[in-house]
Design a protein around this ligand. Structure first.
Ligand SMILES: [Zn+2]
Length: 94
């Protein structure tokens, strides 16, 4: 266990040296894009969370995020571009 951890740290440090750092920042930017929504009604930005998900009552699929701001009933739809391909779909694309 200890050895595996050391190896993991060494790998991580090497990746950082190779410039992964900037990649991490890019990824974080993408995360922000994905998890920050602008309410169409009050036009305020909010971070999405599982408690804000509005699900389709038929199939349980997340459909939109409810605006968390007080006195606002806006919902920000979950866009198509945010569809995360499943492993199966990713393999098919290659
Ligand atoms: Zn709102």
């Amino acid at each position: 266990m200890f050895i595996r951890e050391r190896a993991g740290i060494a790998t991580f440090e090497r990746l950082v040296e190779q410039g992964l750092k900037s990649d991490v920042l890019v990824r974080m930017g993408q995360l922000e894009q994905r998890y920050r929504k602008t309410c169409p009604e009050c036009e305020k930005e909010f971070w999405v969370g599982p408690e804000l998900i509005d699900r389709n009552w038929l199939n349980g699929k997340p459909m939109a995020y409810r605006c968390p701001h007080e006195n606002c009933s806006g919902v920000a739809p979950i866009g198509e571009q945010e569809h995360k391909p499943t492993l199966d779909e990713e393999l098919r694309q290659k």
